[in-house]
Design a binder for this molecule. Sequence first.
Ligand code: ADP
Ligand code: MG
Length: 335
Amino acid sequence: MSEKKRITPAAAALTVVCLLVIGALIAFDLFLSGRECKEQTVAMDTVVTVTVNGRKSKNTAEKICQLVSTLEKENFSRYISGSDVYKTNSSKGSSVEVGSSTVDCINAAIKVSEASHGAFDITAGGIVSLWGIGTDSERVPSQAEIDLALASVNYKAIAVSGSSVSLSGGSVIDLGAIGKGAACDEIRKVLEEAGAQRCVAAVGGSVLLYGDGEFSVGIRDPFGKADDCIGSLKLNACCVSTSGSYERFFRQDGKKYHHIFDARTGYPAESGLASVTVVADSGVYSDALSTACFILGYENSLDLLKEFHAQAVFVTDNGEIKITDGLAGNFERKN
Ligand code: ADP
Ligand code: MG
């Protein structure tokens, strides 16, 4: 008969301790992977709010805030000396080496310029400066001034070859209508690298929804206060951008002058819309298209949206809400 092995009290105690330690480690791991962290900063002339879930969520959220500031300083700002856009605007036609995020952004902008027949045009910098909306020098310029500034608006003056960009004809690049969306695309890369589970990153009116499952995004009431919503969209991972005439404007003689210009006329767009929210796979397109659709108006935007496989919610000047077919079931109106 074989001898029975006895478990000593010490061995039993050790087993219990080991199981407790393993349990604690699993619980800690689950805790870390589900942990949510929120960070906020001001960059690109707007508020950036990032909420990340997953391991190292604090570190990732901080990295993202830093990234948006860097993109502003090194790539997209036309006002910060040394940025890609600043260098291109000052290059007097010679070619400039720029970063890959600048190249991606400019190439996407050119596509939207072509598709919108020049209503959207990132070389409208001269028009943006002339009106000075949101600055101390905002004013209604004379027709002669507008004509002069319009002469330099021409996206065809931009030539991109690999990582070189050149700009001719005195044009001035302004990425105000696309840079925040481009930042969302760069943020997605950081999240992928960090193995983040879920993230909502809002760079002003451009929002990246990242990760599995459903998100709910409120659409601001263009006639209400900053936190009033007309409704919300239920969406899976994507990018959402809103352009509206309520963001930056001034009034003169009872007329409202806002910051989204029809690049073909040099005047603030009057297309019967108060806001447009565009849903697309990428940030560059959601941002550029929301501006382009705002300029073109509801009817003229439908083909443009189709071309870029994007969807939109339009709010007209009289408060009517119009939704493209692909989003109709996702929108919930607030009563
Ligand atoms: P916001 O900057 O308020 O999020 P938009 O994305 O619609 O709104 O971009 C508006 C900005 O785009 C303006 O402040 C200006 O810098 C730039 N812009 C204005 N009109 C045009 C246009 N027709 N084409 C390209 N950019 C424009
Ligand atoms: Mg835009």
